[in-house]
Design a protein around this ligand. Structure first.
Ligand code: ADE
Length: 228
């Protein structure tokens, strides 16, 4: 999978994909992340990419021309499955969306800044608008990093143990159960005995019950999510 991110602060995205699982995904040739500086595409003087909003009001708006030129430049090179805009008024990122996007070949992600981007770009170029939650960030870069991480780890071959993404929270509309590691007795706090009983079926049943209990307590809304 190839992901092209267009940003006015590309330095913000210099490090998030250079570590851990995202680094491994790229080293294995399963993921390519390219970050582009929007200012490289502006036809205006001094790298201008924003301007005052028509009708007045506070804040600046990202101009349509640099964004259109950046997107078209990429689209001339290859076909993209989605042109994604990170915005607090997009659809809220969920595991199902990440699962779906992890099957795509090429994605463009646009990071917004200031008061947002000119509406005509949203209407004529953007195919998917994603929010990472009901709060406002100073820009779309950190949100884009979240999306790339959430989908990158799902690309087949990225995680060593293929089942480990399947047992994540949310994959089956449930939160993940508690986990424990050594020592079995830490400051007198002992792990549940069943985890060392040696019977994988019993362990699985315990994990399922704990996941259900945790979901009922913390996120009961998830439990009905697959029933229409
Ligand atoms: N840009 C600013 N806030 C955002 C959010 N919550 N999600 C996605 N992009 C954003």
């Amino acid at each position: 999978m190839r992901i092209d991110i267009i940003s006015v602060v590309p330095d913000l995205l210099a490090s998030p994909f250079e570590h851990s699982i995202m680094k491994r995904a790229q080293q294995r040739g399963l993921l390519e992340v390219h970050v582009h500086n929007l200012r490289d595409f502006t036809p205006y003087k001094h790298g201008q990419v924003d301007d005052y909003p028509f009708g007045g009001g506070a804040g600046m708006v990202m101009m349509p021309e640099p964004l259109a030129l950046a997107i078209e430049h990429l689209q001339q090179e290859r076909k993209y499955d989605e042109v994604i805009f990170m915005t607090p008024d997009g659809i809220c990122l969920e595991q199902k969306i990440a699962n779906n996007l992890s099957l795509k070949e090429n994605l463009i992600i646009i990071c917004g800044h200031y008061k947002g981007i000119d509406q005509r770009i949203r209407e004529h170029f953007i195919t998917l608008e994603i929010s990472i939650g009901d709060y406002v960030l100073s820009g779309g870069e950190l949100a884009a990093a979240v999306v790339v991480d959430a989908i990158g780890r799902l690309i087949p071959g990225v995680l060593n143990d293929e089942t480990s993404a399947l047992s994540d929270s949310f994959q089956d509309d449930m939160l993940a159960p508690p986990v424990y590691t050594r020592p079995a007795d830490f400051r007198g706090w002992k792990i549940p005995e069943i985890l060392v009983c040696g019977d994988p079926k019993k362990v699985d049943a315990w994990r399922y019950e704990e996941a259900l209990k945790r979901t009922q307590e913390r996120r009961p809304n998830l439990l009905g999510a697959h029933e229409d």
